[in-house]
Design a protein around this ligand. Sequence first.
Ligand code: ADP
Ligand code: MG
Length: 700
Amino acid sequence: MRPTVLDPLFAPVSTLPGVGPKIAKILSGLVASHPEREASVADLLFHLPHSLIDRRHKPGIAYSENGDIVTLDITVGNHQAAPRNSKAPYKITGYDDTGEITFVFFHPRRDWLEKMFPVGARRIVSGKVEWFNERPQMVHPDYVVPPEEADSLPTIEPIYPLTAGLASKTLQKALTAALAKVPTLPEWLDAAHQRQNHWPDFAESLQTLHRPQEKQDLNPEAPAYQRLAYDELLASQLALALVRAKMRQLGGISRAPEGLLQRTVIEALPFKLTESQSRSIGEINEDLAKPLRMLRLLQGDVGSGKTVVALASLAQVIETGAQGALMAPTEILARQHFASMSSLCEKAGIRLALMTGKDSAKLRRETQEKLLAGEIDLVVGTHALFQGSVEFRDLGLVVVDEQHRFGVHQRLALSSKGRGVDVLVMTATPIPRTLVLTSFGDMEVSRLTDKPAGRKPITTVSASLDRLEEIIGRVGNAIHSGQKVYWICPLVEESEKIDLAAVEDRHRVLEHALGQPVSLVHGRMTADEKDAGMQAFKSGATRVLVATTVIEVGVDVPDATIIVIEHAERFGLAQLHQLRGRVGRGDKPSTCVLLFKGPLGETASARLNIMRQTNDGFLIAEEDLKLRGGGEILGTRQSGMPGFRIANAEAHADLMEAARDDARLILEKDPDLRTERGSALRCLLYLFGRDEAIGLLRAG
Ligand code: ADP
Ligand code: MG
């Protein structure tokens, strides 16, 4: 049960004064920790300002610099109304001892302006100064008050990340109300540790960050910020430590068969394993043989052949009579894995099934019955595999492909579907050590460092969209010489409709220009439609596939040799690299064309340069980290670390290590969180949404 002292923080934001259903919805979109739930007061409080406006800055008109936010004490000069029906703005002049400034208003409400700026009166005006033709002006000042009300001006205003439809003043009002609700909570930090760092308590830290007095208060290194970041990290490390302890306590199962099935699978492959594939399979076999649960991460750049390693591992477990599950992040990928494993499994006598969210109720029931009866050895699927109604007779190994789309909790849900379930997580993202720690705790790592032999390099070029016709011409030549081409269009959620239209439009243009059918796959299609599109392309019935980024991860059509990425400037490096990895999988040289719409910003042009210069995923990830900061490496939107709202990879890496050690120590001394500090720590777990871990504690 959640401690009642937390209730005020878990109230929905709509209970705050001034937050109606509409604002609640917008706020939830911005800050909610659960996408399908309304944001709580705590969610709102964890939405921190990134900077502040200091209205104490009063340099005088002449000394206000371009772009500065200043507060001026002026006398109103004259009003210059625009002629009727003209679009020209309304202008009001003001002066002080140092000079003169013009206040500019578009779509003016004249009577209001006359009331606010009586000619000859003194006014305190605050806003952003811009110099234009060597004269200062202020467009739509933020505040205008008579001198006797100068105190009503906020001296310092925190600036928050906003979203469409949310005014800064609305958010600030909601936050003021939220701050008033913060209760006094029991302290969960170790007293000595807290003292040593000069960290304020939880409530005071929130207060400091939402009511900053100096820029320094918002520095990630400042005490209040560090305190909250540490709280968040400690909650996650404690949750992970609880999961680990639980897993250890449940114990694993030693799975050490002779390895016949694994050998059959490997021998049935049309190629030889790379050295690092063999090594990884060896490492996994060793883990499986131990009477402990395996929790291993398999890292390998796109195209390095992770799927084969997965299948070999699954075969090893299946030989012991247990079942295996392979989870993919998308339906297309699940189907592809299913298709590519079918013949191998058949040869090896592994009974394979597919389960996705799009299955008919009847098929689904059948598959579930067979899983429960043990008539299926290996099931490939999507999130559908997590559902409560899915039961296994004896699940032994779960492989999660392209992990960053799955949460820790989802993995836990799956591994709780069997006895001592081993877990293998596969990712193409070279995750830096600190990030591995945040997402998985201490996880073993295997790496695929070499590419399958005989791979030809991918040449990457960039071209402006102005050259579209020329590029289409080249694509035409390529398909006439028997090549296959991916043509990728971006799909950005905010403007999904427009982008969808753009994809369909591009599809039409290409069919017309190439004079032959072209496949189309995008996220709005049904599974069958997508499948048909992919199949036509795979089989060669079509030679061009126009797709949105639904194909981003893992799709495998080895004889595709060209990928055109339209609006490459809109993609992040990691994503571009993933996409490029769709080609260069066969024995022919491949090309990646980055089509951009100019003019390119600095970062976008840096990204395209890096893409042209290297094919090395690790190098690209490093550059990505430099260009974008730690969080986005895993494709999450927010800055900071994935899954974290306050802590961020660069500023708080040390805290992460400290939190891990702290969590270990806590559980050594108080494994069920029963001491006074233990019960405070339970509050902490709830606060940061890690309370599922509490279910793992022994009751009582
Ligand atoms: P990823 O690591 O990106 O998931 P895949 O597992 O999809 O890569 O493998 C990419 C392609 O390489 C597939 O067509 C696969 O059959 C092939 N492949 C995997 N291992 C080897 C190997 N050792 N030699 C040659 N081709 C291989
Ligand atoms: Mg893959």
